[in-house]
Design a protein around this ligand. Structure first.
Ligand SMILES: [Cu+2]
Length: 122
C-alpha cells in the first residue's frame, strides 16, 4: 500500500467511527428520561404542583436558590437534599396513581414546616 492510499483508508475509517459515535449518542439521548425542573426557595417549591404519568421515568431536577433544602416523599422513593445554589437530580418511576405531598425535610428556617409541594401521578 503506498502512502496516499494508506492516508485515504485512515480517513474513511475515521469518518466511519465518528458517524457511529454520533448515531450512538442520538440513541442514548432518546432513551433519557424527561426532565422536570423545580426550584426550592424558603419556603416553597416552584411549581408547587406537578403531574407525572404512572410508569414513566422522569428526572426531577431541583435547584436551590438560597439555603440547603430537603426533598422527601417516601412512597415515591424521593429522599434527597439540595445544597444552597446547587442542583440535584432524582430519577423516579412512579408506579401507583395518587396525590403525593413532598416535603422539605431539612430545617431551612421558621416556616420550614410549610414547605411542601404536590406530585400527582395519573
Ligand atoms: Cu426548605
Amino acid at each position: 500500500m503506498n502512502g496516499l492510499k494508506w492516508y485515504r483508508a485512515m480517513g474513511v475509517g475515521l469518518i466511519m467511527v465518528l458517524a457511529m459515535a454520533g448515531a450512538l449518542r442520538k440513541v442514548h439521548a432518546a432513551g433519557e428520561p424527561r426532565v422536570v425542573e423545580l426550584t426550592a426557595k424558603r419556603f416553597a417549591f416552584t411549581p408547587d404542583k406537578i403531574t407525572l404519568k404512572k410508569g414513566e421515568t422522569v428526572t426531577l431536577r431541583l435547584h436551590s436558590e438560597d439555603v440547603t433544602h430537603g426533598f422527601f416523599m417516601r412512597k415515591l422513593k424521593i429522599d434527597t437534599e439540595v445544597e444552597a445554589g446547587k442542583t440535584t437530580d432524582v430519577t423516579i418511576t412512579p408506579e401507583t396513581a395518587g396525590s403525593y405531598t413532598t416535603i422539605c425535610d431539612h430545617f431551612c428556617g421558621a416556616n420550614h414546616g410549610n414547605m411542601k409541594m404536590t406530585i400527582v401521578v395519573e
